[in-house]
Design a protein around this ligand. Structure first.
Ligand SMILES: Cc1cc2nc3c(=O)[nH]c(=O)nc-3n(C[C@H](O)[C@H](O)[C@H](O)COP(=O)(O)OP(=O)(O)OC[C@H]3O[C@@H](n4cnc5c(N)ncnc54)[C@H](O)[C@@H]3O)c2cc1C
Length: 424
């Protein structure tokens, strides 16, 4: 493309990471700790991805000592709990990346790539001064949506067989809950009795009688930063494609309307919630699922359910159910109540190595797996640990003069081992 020849190159880095969410920052930190010059490109005005702009909390998935998730939880929380506050996280993650010497371009979108001989040479970014280019030796896709991989010609898949993906949602926090009301609800499991009956049944009845939108089903209430707060995971829209601009905004319109209905329902029905109000909400429409980039190995749900070990393991004993928010309606896709359980499982190195480009790694929720497996490994503790390995692998490629395909997975395992991370 002709325009590319005229672009100013405004940066030269060892490792360029597209996306500053958990998949991007985990990789950036582990690579910077290995002496790499690292740049994160982030389209939002702050780093953190779903932790900050998405107001998603808590960081879910099993806690594994000495890992990146362990490190980030300690860094974000004063009491080592995985519940994080988006505002505090904005301050702390910004400071952390700065202390690590990681450069960050904010309000900057990745919009094209320049490639030669199965390698990415540069990425094209959209800035307030027009399109610019940044050169890198190794690139990491932490965009969630697999944007870098898609632009670089990698094979991607979308959703399940019928073309549907998990619903989009807007997370928000409510305040003003009475101190003696302890109600929380993580999945579809909390049967806290209230004056009007069981909480879950109340939610389901309200979905039937129109007090709540039918897709909402259960209003999940996670602990907030303060005892009078809950993080609300309830709104959802089905059938919209998060990668289609007009559909994404339609989802936003529907979800902001749902937020009001959810709050009115809680006020009118749950004792102690009479004075609740929306304290803050996600700045974006939260996307659970979009592109999955195909790699050297495609992790499937059976491997998770059986806890299958892999010789090239880079994340060991990951643990989270196959939590498929129903793409076609309310509740879970595969069960009336709780999501399908897994054993503690391994994620292999080959899942972060894409098929085509030799200097590209996958990180975050876009790594190589099936729709069902993704519904488990997409949670943020697991994402952070995958990211850690992606950053190490990228740094090793530069140090050892290797590509993603020639780099021995044992080299990555060696560095993880040196950090005290259990792999076998
Ligand atoms: C509503 C909702 C509720 C959830 N609940 C939980 C929960 O309770 N606990 C849990 O652990 N997980 C939860 N998850 C899942 C989890 O938040 C995500 O799977 C995880 O954040 C994925 O990390 P990521 O870094 O891949 O993507 P993201 O967190 O989405 O980060 C991607 C980053 O890339 C940036 N980006 C995208 N495209 C570009 C581009 N072209 N150029 C530059 N930057 C770009 C984005 O702005 C973003 O900052 C939830 C997700 C959603 C949507």
């Amino acid at each position: 493309m002709e325009y590319i020849k005229q672009l100013d190159v405004i940066g030269e880095y060892d490792i360029v990471i597209a996306g500053g969410g958990p998949g991007g920052i985990g990789a950036a930190i582990s690579a910077a700790d290995m002496g790499m010059k690292v740049l994160i490109i982030e389209r939002a005005g702050v780093v953190g991805g779903n932790i900050t702009i998405g107001h998603v909390s808590p960081l879910m998935g099993r806690y594994i000592p000495n890992t990146m998730a362990d490190y980030i939880i300690r860094y974000l929380s004063d009491d080592n709990k995985p519940d994080c506050n988006a505002e505090e996280a904005k301050i702390r993650l910004t400071a952390l990346l700065d202390e690590k010497g990681i450069d960050v371009y904010l309000n900057t979108s990745l919009c094209d790539v320049i490639r030669a001989d199965n390698k990415i040479k540069s990425i094209v970014i959209s800035t307030q001064s027009g399109l610019k280019a940044v050169n890198g030796k190794v690139f990491i896709d932490g965009t969630g949506d697999g944007v870098l991989s898609y632009l670089a010609g990698e094979k991607t898949e979308y959703g399940r067989e019928d073309g549907l993906v998990q619903p989009m949602s807007i997370m928000f926090t409510i305040g003003g809950i009475a101190p003696d009301q302890k109600l929380t609800c993580y999945h579809e499991e909390d049967e806290t009795p209230l004056k009007k009956g069981g909480y879950l049944q109340m939610c389901r009845d309200a979905c039937k009688n129109g007090e709540l939108p039918p897709e909402v089903n259960i209003i999940r209430l996670y602990p907030g930063q303060n005892s009078d707060e809950r993080v609300v995971n309830a709104t959802q829209t089905n059938g919209y494609n998060p990668l289609e601009l007009s559909e994404y905004n339609k989802a936003q319109v529907a979800l902001r309307r749902q937020m009001k209905m959810v709050v009115d329902f809680l006020k009118n029905n749950v004792e102690g919630f009479e004075n609740v109000f929306i304290k803050d909400s996600s700045d974006i429409v939260g996307v659970r699922e979009s592109r999955r980039v195909m790699g050297q190995y495609v992790l499937d749900a059976d491997s998770l359910i059986d806890g299958r070990p892999f010789e090239d393991v880079i994340v060991h004993k990951a643990d989270f159910p196959i939590d498929i928010h129903n793409p076609a309606g309310a509740g879970q896709a595969e069960s009336e109540t709780l999501p399908v359980s897994t054993q503690k499982y391994d994620i292999p190195y080959r899942c972060i190595v894409p098929l085509v480009n030799e200097n590209l790694f996958l990180s975050g929720r876009c790594i190589s797996g099936t729709h069902r497996a993704h519904a488990s490994y997409r949670v943020m503790n697991i994402v952070l640990n995958v990211a850690e390995a992606a950053g190490i692998a990228a740094a090793l490629c530069i140090k050892n003069g290797e590509t993603n395909k020639t780099l021995g997975y044992k080299e990555v395992q060696k560095v993880l081992n040196e950090k005290g991370i259990e792999l076998f």
